[in-house]
Design a protein around this ligand. Sequence first.
Ligand SMILES: C[S@@+](CC[C@H](N)C(=O)[O-])C[C@H]1O[C@@H](n2cnc3c(N)ncnc32)[C@H](O)[C@@H]1O
Length: 279
Amino acid sequence: MGIDPLEYFETLWQDSVPKDGMEHTKEVWNNMAKYWFDFSQHKKEGKRDIVCAVVDFLKQKGALTEESKVIDIGCGPGEYASEMAKTAKEVVCSDISDIMIGFCKDSVTADNVSFICTDFFDIDIEKSGYKNGFDLVFTSLTPAVSGLDSVKRINEISCGYCFNQSFVYRQDNIKDGIDIHVRGVEPSTNVGNSSCYCMFNMLWNMGYHPEITYYTQFTNKEILVSADLAESYARSIIKMGDVDVKFIDDIHKYLKSIAKDGAVTVKNEAKLAWTLWHI
Ligand SMILES: C[S@@+](CC[C@H](N)C(=O)[O-])C[C@H]1O[C@@H](n2cnc3c(N)ncnc32)[C@H](O)[C@@H]1O
């Protein structure tokens, strides 16, 4: 008997997830909510560009129209939902964290938007009436998309399009310097896991024909060195949970050591993969 391709890509996906013991629970994401919200605000211009590019792409592909009933799984503070709601008939914002849903409610005020606080995996698809219930199932950078079960559930609740956005490459000169001079490790452009590659292959083996579009964002700007900037880098490296004060302090010292007139030049490249498929 040959290898089952779905099992193969599920194993590959799970093996590629960093073994840092991190669990994506409601509590963890409630703790992260404020930081993610502030971080989105801090990156406002860059994030806005990505949000508009994603929504334009969906409209151009016919995946988002005036007739669309959309669900955003792991919506976070709701920037995508808010933009999609300008076109869609209805948008459901769904997230595991009640604090994120709180931020989302504050910023997404359109009449055609509703909110649900739930773990994606806890949704009873039959009882909730979600089976084939959405013209577009939208997912972006969320741990709700974490393997074969997620992909199957996304397909089950869609009657039209499904979309996922994930990072596939990230390079940042300051982060590289921190890796070498503060952490003593080799810099890496690895973004953590092979979710995009595995998702594509799973879908292909299920008989769908997903397409992948890459969106690359370049940044080249002077940023004043501050404790906030140091913390922002510390958090982007540690990703979750509490960040050690000493680590932030070491990064701050390093930033000061390379600063010119109190500022550093940040040059980074981030590549996002947009996977779009039709049910
Ligand atoms: C990195 S944020 C991304 C937010 C937003 N989608 C974006 O791209 O800006 C990840 C979001 O996924 C949510 N999340 C994590 N696990 C989840 C799950 N199992 N079910 C639903 N939401 C989840 C988190 O609470 C958080 O709001």
